[in-house]
Each structure stands twice: as structure tokens, then as C-alpha cells.
Design a protein around this ligand. Structure first.
Ligand SMILES: Cc1cc2nc3c(=O)[nH]c(=O)nc-3n(C[C@H](O)[C@H](O)[C@H](O)COP(=O)(O)OP(=O)(O)OC[C@H]3O[C@@H](n4cnc5c(N)ncnc54)[C@H](O)[C@@H]3O)c2cc1C
Length: 457
């Protein structure tokens, strides 16, 4: 039996590579047109790769961000984030390495010096992935846009944040209409240990529990914050991202630009909390728990297009966030992703049809490494299914397991999530040692997971 992998990005390439190495035949579909010298089969005489020999049957299309025909193309920054295991991205990459990740191999092959970040030469990086995939005897590459799936075959959908329009329409019908989003609005997340809890109080509006921490601001503090927010530098909007913002989901700086008081009547309103606060409190910022343990807190209503540097500068003007450590910064961009919490199992199988697995950014994870990592899990589970075994997911104590648990079980609306330490269950040790111990536990548990499922014999 073969597996169809749709999309030759980071996730699709990982899934195909895993399966092909297990001796499973893979049919990999990629819609971007062939423009370079790679092939689906290595030319036996010359050893070169000529992509013009790859199967290309129907008209082809591309995305607004990809520039090449290569697999695993990095569409923007050339870094895969930190490789220190005490950062979420670093720990995830170490786990991926244990899982024999193709993306990590490609990154090591094309590494360029960038301090503690894993930066790569983007051409060498995607050349490595493309050559590996195209020369694999178990992978057939078909250069065409997939418009629908054969739902009786085993499929891994890894079409990414810029999934083609026709296929998006099909997906909308396959799942419930409302559960495919085309735009994300991410608010920053802070590490709870860096919040000054003396500058506010816990409590929900109208005394409905105490799930929120309310950072309080005087008029003078609001004044400074407001003026700096208006002046702050924004990320320029790309043409294809010029989508109309939903009124309920405007960037915080856009709301601010509508007048001095709009924020105080909107996300920074003390409405329903006034009886808790003194007269000199003019505005509040609500922090909401992102994880059960409450180690990560998001700034409610603070989706933003400010540059990362400016977000740190401006949001630290909020008194309780003076020394805030941001584990994720805000962003708003076009992004096709599922409400996986309503649709997927933590194994990445579609609940209503387990023949269809999803991987990559479309599952609601964010960023290169997390997207690629989910591709490995989709590959592992397609293999387990073909072996007649139960699909699985890494333990929640691993960064990858925690991420999969988050996207498949988050209550309410799912906004894309990247690997952050706050997702990992707590360990009762001094703050100073917490991250390192969580990282060691994660790597130990990932090794046990790999051994238990005999993923690599
Ligand atoms: C503009 C932009 C900038 C970004 N910048 C960053 C960044 O700096 N850092 C970061 O970590 N993340 C960034 N991301 C997120 C990044 O795209 C993802 O993290 C990562 O590339 C997703 O991997 P993926 O495998 O899920 O999707 P992709 O890598 O996008 O791969 C999906 C593949 O599927 C193909 N495809 C789509 N539809 C079809 C179809 N119907 N049939 C056949 N093939 C199809 C596409 O051509 C593509 O090759 C950015 C995303 C965008 C859109």
C-alpha cells in the first residue's frame, strides 16, 4: 500500500522521508512548477537530478510566498530559531534530531553562523531536502495541484499556510465549514514568572471567577503607553495579506489609531472590574492563562503587527510587564489553519476519517520547526496504521507531545501556537533549574517513546 503526501514543504518532506525509509511507497504531490535542474529520479549515467523528468500531468500553480520549485523552501527568515535546549524551539529541534529529522539534517548541512540560532543557507538547505526526496527510490513526485483526496486511501495533508484555493474549498466541505481559518491574529504570550503580580489583581469581569490577571494602569502610565504604541514601527503588509480585518480582531495599534479612548472602551476597558480598583486606575490589560498550570499568559486582545523589537519595547511599558519575558510575540498574517481542537486527534488523524492525517502549519502549529516536527509524527502514524498498530503521540512531557496536545485539545478558539516552555507540565524545583530539568525530562521521555514504538530499529 502507498501513502499520498500532499505538499512538499517542511512537513510533507519529513513525512515522506520517514515513510520512504520504512520501505513504504509514497506518492508526493507538489503544485509549484518545475523551474530548476532537479529530477524525480537520479540520472544513472550523469548522477544529476533533472526535474523535467518528474511526472507533470496537469496545469500547475504556486503560492504567493514561494520563489523556487524546491522542497522545504523557507519562505521568509533563514533561521530555524535557537538551538539551546532551554528554549522551546531549541528543545523541539533536539527532539526532532532524536526522531531522525530530515529538516535538522538539512539545517546542519547548510548551517551558517548566527550565535545560538540555527541559521541556514536557504538554497543549500532546500537543495538538500529536494535531492534527498527526489533520489529516494520509494518516493514518486507528482507535480500537480491536488484539488480533492481519494478518501479511501491513506493521505497526509501538508499543504501549509498558503494552501491552494481549490483545495481549501474541498477541505472546507470535508470538515465543518467554520473550522478552517484563513487568517491568524496572534497575541503575545509572557512567562508568568516574569510578571509583576503586585501591579494588578486576579479576577474575571463581573466576578465570573478569577481566571484573568488584570494589570492596572494610571492615566499617566496609559498616556506614555498610548503615545509609544502609535509611534511604534509596524511590519509592512505584503500584497497578498491585504485582507480586511474583522472588527472583533483588529490589531491593537489599529484600535489605538482611532482615538485616545478607543482602547479604554475596548480591550483595555476596566468594565465589570471597577469595584475592585481604586479611582486612579484608568485602564487595564488582561492576562489569560494559556496552559493549565498557568505558566504562560497571553495578553487578551493584543494581536498586533508591530515589529518584534517594538512589541517588547512598548508592551514593557505596561507596569506589570516591566520585566516581561515574552515566550511568543504577536503577529497577524494570512494563514490557512484548522481548528484542530475540534477536528484532529493528537495523532494528527482527522477524527471523522482517520485515513486522512494533517501535518505542518495547517494543523495550527506555528513556525518552521514545529511544522516540520508534526510531519514526522504524521509519517510515524501512517506507518503504524499500515503495520496494523495503533497510532500514537509523544508524551506531553516532550515539547512535541505538548504541542500536539495543545492543538488537539485547546478549549475555545485555537490560534496558532509555537513551542513554548509554558506548555510543558511543571516540575517542582527552584525556578532557576526548571527549564533545564524540563528539557532533560523531555529528551529522556522522547527516547523512551522512540524505543517503545520501535520507531528506529
Ligand atoms: C509569508 C510567510 C512568512 C513566514 N515566515 C516565517 C518565518 O520567518 N519563520 C518561521 O518559522 N515561519 C514562517 N512562516 C511560517 C512557515 O510557512 C511555516 O512555518 C512553514 O513553511 C510551514 O511548513 P508547511 O510544511 O506546513 O508548509 P509549506 O512549507 O508552505 O509547504 C506546503 C507546500 O504545499 C504546497 N501546496 C499547497 N497547496 C497544494 C495543493 N493543493 N496541491 C499540491 N501542493 C500544494 C505548497 O506549494 C508548498 O510547497 C511564514 C509563513 C508565511 C506564509
Amino acid at each position: 500500500m502507498k501513502v499520498n503526501v500532499i505538499g512538499a514543504g517542511l512537513a510533507g518532506s519529513e513525512a515522506a522521508y520517514f515513510l520512504a525509509n520504512k520501505g513504504i511507497k509514497v506518492r508526493m504531490f507538489e503544485m509549484r512548477p518545475i523551474t530548476s535542474h532537479f529530477t524525480s529520479r537520479q540520472d544513472e549515467k550523469t548522477g544529476t537530478h533533472d526535474v523535467r523528468n518528474a511526472t507533470q500531468t496537469r496545469p500547475i500553480t504556486t503560492t504567493e510566498a514561494h520563489k523556487t520549485d524546491k522542497f522545504g523552501e523557507l519562505v521568509c527568515s533563514n533561521t530555524l530559531g535557537s538551538f539551546e535546549i532551554t528554549t522551546g524551539a531549541g528543545l523541539l529541534k533536539k527532539e526532532m534530531e532524536l526522531l531522525n529529522s530530515l529538516v535538522i539534517k538539512a539545517a546542519k548541512h547548510s548551517y551558517v553562523k548566527a550565535g545560538s540560532a540555527l541559521a541556514v543557507d536557504r538554497n543549500e538547505f532546500s537543495d538538500f531536502i529536494t535531492k534527498t526526496i527526489l533520489s529516494h527510490p520509494n518516493i514518486e513526485v507528482v507535480r500537480e495541484e491536488v484539488e480533492s483526496l481519494n478518501e479511501n486511501e491513506l493521505n497526509i495533508v501538508a499543504t501549509g499556510p498558503l494552501t491552494s484555493e481549490k483545495f481549501s474549498k474541498y477541505l472546507k466541505n470535508l470538515i465543518t465549514d467554520d473550522y478552517l481559518y484563513f487568517y491568524d491574529a496572534i497575541a503575545p504570550i509572557v512567562e508568568a514568572s516574569s510578571v509583576d503580580f503586585s501591579k494588578g489583581f486576579w479576577g474575571s469581569r463581573y466576578d465570573k471567577g478569577d481566571d484573568y490577571f488584570n494589570c492596572t494602569m494610571t492615566k499617566e502610565e496609559y498616556d506614555i503607553f498610548y503615545n509609544e504604541l502609535l509611534k511604534a514601527e509596524k511590519v509592512p503588509t505584503k500584497d497578498f495579506e491585504r485582507v480586511v480585518h474583522f472588527e472583533g480582531c483588529l490589531p491593537i495599534e489599529e484600535i489605538a489609531s482611532r482615538g485616545y479612548e478607543t482602547l479604554v472602551f475596548g480591550p483595555m476597558s476596566p468594565k465589570g472590574l471597577k469595584h475592585h480598583i481604586s479611582k486612579d486606575v484608568y485602564a487595564i490589560v488582561q492576562l489569560r492563562k494559556e496552559t493549565k498550570e498557568g505558566e504562560a499568559l497571553s495578553l487578551v486582545g493584543f494581536q498586533t503587527k508591530l515589529t518584534y523589537k517594538e512589541q517588547v519595547r512598548v508592551f514593557r511599558l505596561i507596569p506589570c510587564l516591566r520585566n516581561a519575558v515574552f515566550s511568543r510575540l504577536g503577529s497577524m498574517h494570512r494563514n490557512t489553519f484548522l481548528q484542530s481542537n475540534k477536528l484532529l486527534k493528537p495523532t494528527l488523524e482527522l477524527r471523522k476519517n482517520p485515513n486522512i492525517l494533517f501535518a505542518g502549519q495547517i494543523t495550527g502549529v506555528e513556525g518552521y520547526s514545529a511544522s516540520a516536527a508534526t510531519g514526522i509524527i504524521a509519517g510515524i502514524n501512517a506507518w503504524l496504521k499500515l503495520e496494523g498498530k495503533e497510532p500514537t503521540t509523544p508524551p506531553k512531557t516532550t515539547m512535541l507531545g505538548a504541542l500536539l496536545d495543545y492543538i488537539s485539545s485547546k478549549e475555545g478558539e485555537l490560534q496558532p501556537m509555537n513551542p513554548v516552555f509554558g506548555l510543558l507540565p511543571d516540575i517542582e524545583v527552584h525556578k532557576k533549574h526548571k527549564k533545564l530539568l524540563k528539557a532533560y525530562r523531555a529528551l529522556f521521555d522522547m527516547k523512551k517513546f522512540i524505543e517503545h514504538h520501535k520507531i528506529y530499529d
